[in-house]
Structures are given as C-alpha cells and as structure tokens.
Design a protein around this ligand. Structure first.
Ligand SMILES: CC(C)(COP(=O)(O)OP(=O)(O)OC[C@H]1O[C@@H](n2cnc3c(N)ncnc32)[C@H](O)[C@@H]1OP(=O)(O)O)[C@@H](O)C(=O)NCCC(=O)NCCS
Length: 261
C-alpha cells in the first residue's frame, strides 16, 4: 500500500472512489481538483496493486487548514487506511493553528480518535427550484470588487479563502452595496456569505435543482429558508483541532462543498 500525491492520471480514479464512497457523481472540476492543482492544497491517493483505493485532500487558508475528500473503497475499509490517509493529509498541511473538517457519520469516530472535537452541525439540503423575491437589489460582481469580496468572506469565515474565492468570481452575484455575495465555483455549489437581508435574496433567487447546499445550524434563518427551498438530507459535523476561529455562522449561507465550509 502506498500513499502519495495524486498525479494527473490519478484524478479520474480518485474521483471514482470518492463518488462511490459519498454516493454522488463527482466529475472534474471539483473542489478536490482545485486543491490538487494549487500550491496551497494537496490531493493524496492510496494505491494498492496499481489501483487507487483511497483518497484524502487538504488545503491551507493561512493559519487554518481543512481536510476533505477522505474516502476508502468499501473493499479496503477497516484496515487502518482511512486513518493513515487522514494523518498524511494533516502532515501535508504543515504547522497550522487550527485544522477543520466536515465529518460524515462514518468519518466522525475516526476523527475523534485523532483529537478532533465537534463544533456543531452543518444542515444539508438537496435543493429545489428558486423562489425569486427580489427584496434587495442585486448586481454582477466586477473585477474592482475583488478586495471587497475577499474582505466579506474573511469577515464571515475568519479565514483567508482567497484560493477558492478568486476561482469563483466569474458569474458571481452580489447585493448592490456588497453586503452579501453569492460565489460561482466551477462545480455545482452556491457559496454565499454576508448580511441576512441580501443573503436571503441571493439564496432564494439563485438556488437551482440538483445542488447540495449546506449551512451551519447556527444560521437559523438560512435553515428555515432551505426547509422551504429544498429537501433535508443527512447533516455533517464541523470538527476542529486547535483553537476556535473567529467566524460568524450566521453570515454563512451556503458552502463551497462538504470539504470546506
Ligand atoms: C470513513 C472511512 C474513510 C474510514 O475508512 P477505513 O479505512 O475503514 O478507516 P480505518 O480502518 O482507518 O478506521 C479508522 C478508525 O475509525 C474506527 N472506525 C472506522 N469506522 C468506524 C465505524 N463505522 N464506527 C466506529 N468506529 C469506526 C476504526 O475502529 C479505526 O479506529 P482505530 O484506528 O483506533 O482502530 C470510510 O468508511 C469511508 O470511505 N466512508 C465513506 C466516505 C466518508 O464518509 N468519508 C468521511 C468523510 S468525512
């Protein structure tokens, strides 16, 4: 068994292992391929007899880092591979004050053994159709909004997520005063951060069938809106190792992925 960085040829088999493990169909580009191609990220694969049987990814956002995409093919489970992949992904982060992840029910016992503590749930919804009620004026995000959007994201998440934010500006929509922004990553997701009035309008207007949208349970208004707009599926647990971040769950209205919020 070897654990190593994914090469270009590994992307397709790695996404196949993840797709089976998560029960969703993942095709490039995904959040994992974004981190794999960035100096701030890593995608690892576990290979046995020339076949990819496990994956793990990590990304650094300055002093914090996230783990995600930790999967093992069903036939290779229960032999310590999930743990070895998680430890390797943590090593790839280098020294970080805080490491975070969003745990599935299957993943949680593994992370608890590695010292991660639960911080609260992210409620997950499979979305339905939009209900546009434009109570707040919206506009496209422009090149000159870049710094303001990055600052808005930092104020909501307590992290410097420039890598993901900058990859998602094309087609992004904001309130005219930039108090809330909906980002457009090149994969199916609708990350939204900002003030409730604008974020509500953005979420209700831009949601579309087939998206999986997750919000922190601390954002009650977002949970209530998504109960109207989608069908709730199994939640994930935000887990942390290290000091808490200065983040504001009530300003997070949709995540980039179930890899990082
Ligand atoms: C979660 C997953 C990666 C674990 O892979 P694995 O190779 O079976 O895990 P390991 O064999 O390394 O087990 C790790 C530890 O967790 C424990 N563990 C694993 N599954 C468990 C379960 N269902 N209940 C309780 N403990 C469990 C093991 O006992 C082991 O503890 P130990 O190291 O002290 O012996 C795998 O089940 C998977 O791919 N699941 C689907 C995708 C998923 O949910 N990934 C997690 C995303 S957050």
């Amino acid at each position: 068994m070897t654990i190593r960085r994914a090469a270009a040829d590994d992307i397709e088999p790695a996404l196949a292992v993840m797709s089976e493990a998560f029960g969703i169909e993942l095709r490039a580009p995904t959040v994992h391929t974004l981190v794999a191609s960035s100096p701030d990220g890593t995608l690892l694969v576990a290979e046995e007899d020339g076949v990819v049987v496990g994956t793990a990814a990590s990304v650094t956002f300055g002093p914090s880092g996230w783990l995600g995409g930790i999967t093992v093919a069903p036939s290779a489970r229960g032999r310590g591979l999930g743990r070895a992949l998680t430890e390797a992904a943590i090593d790839a982060l280098g020294e970080r004050e805080t490491v975070l992840l969003l745990a599935s029910t299957l993943g949680r016992p593994l992370y608890e053994k590695l010292g991660f503590e639960p911080e609260g749930l992210y409620r997950v919804f499979s979305s339905g159709a939009a209900r546009p009620e434009k109570t707040v004026e919206l506009r496209d995000v422009r090149e000159e909004d870049r710094e303001a959007v990055l600052a808005l994201d930092r104020s909501a998440t307590g992290e410097d997520r420039s890598l993901a934010v900058l990859a998602s500006l094309e087609g992004a929509v904001a309130t005219s005063d930039l108090s809330a922004v909906a980002l457009r990553p090149p994969w199916g997701a609708l990350p939204i951060v900002g003030d409730p009035a604008g974020a509500t309008t953005l979420l209700a207007s831009l949601i579309r069938p087939g998206l999986r949208v997750a919000v922190p349970e601390g954002n009650r208004a977002a949970v209530q809106l998504l109960q109207l707009l989608g069908r709730e599926v199994e939640p994930v647990t935000r887990m942390r190792r290290g000091p808490a971040l200065d983040w504001h769950p009530e300003r997070v209205w949709g995540v980039f992925s179930l890899f990082f919020g």
